[in-house]
Design a protein around this ligand. Structure first.
Ligand SMILES: [Fe+2]
Length: 282
């Protein structure tokens, strides 16, 4: 016969296990906030960027309403799409619904990821983004005026672009050359680039902040212990699987992305909408 003490203990274990399982496998959308302070802006100057990475055409809510509402709620100054928004193995409908749902929120900037390039339909995909008013950045930059303050936003194609180039194409060199003139230009400068592991190249560019994705948060995480087990192009225990990485001259922010694939469960790693506030201190 089960004593009352045992019964209370069993109920307690059941509750703890249920909560733990819910936390481990929770795959609802979350908002991840980062605040970055810079002396390149005055104290009353700031900007808010929403970073969206690795959607892989997944649909969050009817007609992407769930994710669009979450982005709209942030009231962003601009939205950065850092690649693998569409996918080579998933119908593009999810991407189109997403662009339709967010197109009126704020200016949108996009760079390619490897999966869009692997589709073999890169021009078609870029045109879809343009059709929704998105600026596609292909190793180039634009000046943007946000709340009366000048910013520069640049972007590069994913290194997989070499599939479309001649044999001796050097991605790092092309990226470096594309932004040489930025050294002379004033303003806070943000680069969109899909790949986090190329950080050594970013350190030599004239940007203050780099926004990336691609790593999917290392797929499986153990909070406070392991920041991701496995990421594409980084292998086991990836260094750049998600979060903020500070260097002497750049702040690198890596999104854990929004991918959702039942065959590859995300553990302790819910899909995230990243919100970055850049705040002046001068
Ligand atoms: Fe990727």
């Amino acid at each position: 016969m089960i004593t009352q003490k045992k019964m209370i203990r069993n109920i307690f274990i059941l509750i703890i296990s249920t909560v733990a399982l819910m936390l481990i496998f929770y795959n609802g959308l979350i908002e991840r906030n980062y605040t970055i302070y810079t002396d390149k802006l005055l104290k009353n100057q700031s900007m808010r960027v929403v970073l969206i990475a690795d959607l892989h055409s997944h649909i969050y809510g009817k007609n992407q309403k769930e994710i669009a509402d979450l982005i709209r709620k942030q009231n962003p100054d601009l939205i950065g799409l850092t690649g693998d928004i569409a996918d080579d193995r998933v119908p593009i409908d999810g991407t189109e619904l997403f662009l339709q749902a967010i197109k009126d929120i704020s200016p949108i900037y996009y760079v390619t990821g490897n999966h869009e390039i692997w589709s073999g339909e890169l021009d078609y995909i870029k045109d879809i983004f343009r059709n929704y008013g998105v600026t596609v950045l292909e190793n180039e930059y634009e000046r943007v005026n946000i709340n009366g303050v000048k910013f520069i936003i640049g972007g590069v194609d994913d290194p997989a672009i070499e599939l479309y180039k001649e044999n001796n194409f050097d991605w790092g060199k092309a990226v470096y050359q594309a932004f040489l003139e930025l050294e002379e230009k004033p303003g806070y400068k943000i680069l969109l680039s899909h790949r986090p592991e190329q950080v050594d190249i970013y350190k030599n560019l004239n940007f203050d902040m780099v926004l990336s994705g691609h790593s999917h948060g290392g797929q499986v995480r153990i909070p406070f212990l392991v920041n991701g087990f496995l990421s594409a192009n980084q292998g086991w225990f990836p260094k750049y699987s998600g979060g903020v990485y500070e260097y002497d001259n750049i702040t690198h922010i890596v999104s854990r992305g929004l991918s959702y694939n039942p065959k590859r469960p995300r553990i302790f790693n819910p899909p995230e909408v990243v919100v970055v506030d850049v705040i002046g201190t001068k």
